[in-house]
Write a protein that binds this ligand. Structure first.
Ligand code: PLP
Length: 394
């Protein structure tokens, strides 16, 4: 007899992975240049020069045993100090290095945080559309995911819907800005609405609701848009950060958790994080890459290329007549489908060799996600296919 849930998660196919695999097979069949693959959010811009330079320097400077050996369970103190210093200079936020836990990317950061916070049956609110893995992370930690619809026109937080969803069992709220799958950046107004609702809830019920900010796309913003630091907006905040997208190193698995210095029970929450990390086996994150990112804090890949792709794709789609919420960050655009069933629309798109992810798993039917971390030329070549798809519905 095996436990049901892991079996079910393992057996459930991710529709993104399915579509990507279909794409690989199709490219082999008809040629890569004839398939317009917008399925997967894998960075398409190389890591900044600093990453390769740091690897070469570290290999020259360190003996191999130290370089590839275990570090402390929570990650190198020198890296945590460097991260804390960065929060102070960039966001004027005081972060204690002893409240930073280095992880294998944002996925581990989220999973560890949820295991540290949740009691069986606790509810975790997130806003639609949301990263589909949240459901697995929350249920894996014994909780229930509650999806709160965002405002339809701009996908910002709907304060009234949030108030309705808050209950005695609400333990945490996950926000993700810039957002996967929509590319929307939460406005200052949304953040204020959220923080005030959570403070009011605590005053009324005596329950703290922890705010988990999932920030793998924090550095991927365009046109001077700012991503406010939530540590400055709400005391009971945990930040789950990742270097996967900012440095284009998703396979190297590096991220971290910051527990706010203003969190009243922050010491206990941090002990819980260390304990959860231990019990999940998420200790001693990759040693070489901890040292690499320590030398690369403040650097990013050349995100100007993503901005150009966004502009190219959005201008083309707009001209044809597609409807979408203007993305300000990440590398996704969330396009309204031309029929209510997003899966059926995605299947029709396939006939035009367009691979678009249906939105059902993001908790928000009626859209497809297009990842524009692709070659700009593919975007140009895809436009006649988008036009032909639109013609089918006219
Ligand atoms: N959160 C969001 C919103 C993501 O899009 C991703 C990855 O695409 C993750 C978390 C996981 O990121 P990581 O590669 O750092 O584990």
């Amino acid at each position: 007899m095996l436990p049901e849930k892991p079996l079910a998660w393992g057996r459930t196919r991710s529709c993104i992975r399915d579509l990507a695999e279909y794409g690989w097979a199709r490219k082999a069949e008809i040629g890569a240049e004839r398939v317009f693959d917008f399925s997967i959010g894998n960075p398409s811009i190389p890591a900044p020069e600093g990453v390769n330079r740091a690897i070469a320097e570290l290999i020259a400077e360190y003996d191999s045993i130290t370089l590839h050996g275990y570090t402390t369970a929570a990650g190198l103190l020198s890296l945590r100090e460097r991260i804390a210093a960065d929060y102070l200079t960039r966001f004027s936020a005081v972060v204690d290095p002893e409240r930073i836990y280095v992880t294998c990317g944002a996925a581990a950061a989220l999973s560890i945080s949820l295991h540290a916070l949740l009691l069986p049956g606790d509810e975790v609110i997130t806003f639609t559309p949301f990263f589909a893995e949240y459901r697995v992370f929350v249920e894996g930690a014994g909780g229930t995911l509650v999806a709160v619809p965002s405002r339809v026109d701009d996908l910002q937080i709907d304060g009234a819907a949030l108030e309705r969803a808050l209950t005695e069992r609400t333990k945490a709220v996950i926000v993700n800005s810039p957002n996967n799958p929509s590319g929307v950046v939460l406005s200052k107004e949304s953040i204020q609405t959220l923080a005030e609702a959570l403070r009011r809830h605590k005053a009324k019920t005596g329950h703290t609701v922890y705010l988990i900010s999932d920030e793998p796309y924090r550095e991927l913003v365009y046109d001077g848009v700012e991503v406010p630091c939530l540590l400055n907006a709400y005391d009971d905040t945990l930040i789950c950060y990742s270097f996967s997208k900012s440095l284009s190193i998703p396979g190297e698995r590096l991220g971290y958790i910051v527990v706010s210095s203003s969190m009243a029970d922050g010491d206990d929450v941090y002990y819980g994080i260390m304990g959860a990390g231990r019990s999940l086996g998420y200790v001693n994150p990759p040693s070489l890459f901890q040292r690499v990112v320590e030398r690369c804090i403040g650097q990013t890949s050349d995100i100007e290329q993503y901005r150009q792709n966004r502009d190219l794709l959005c201008a083309g789609l707009r001209e044809i007549g597609y409807d979408f919420v203007e993305p300000q960050g990440a590398f996704y655009v969330f396009v309204r489908t031309l029929e209510p069933d997003a899966k059926a629309f995605s299947e029709r798109a396939k006939k035009h060799e367009l691979l678009l992810v249906p939105s059902d798993d993001f908790g928000c039917p009626g859209f497809v996600r297009l990842a524009y971390c692709v070659d700009a030329d593919m975007i140009r070549r895809a436009m006649p296919a988008f036009r032909a798809l639109m013609e089918e519905y006219r």
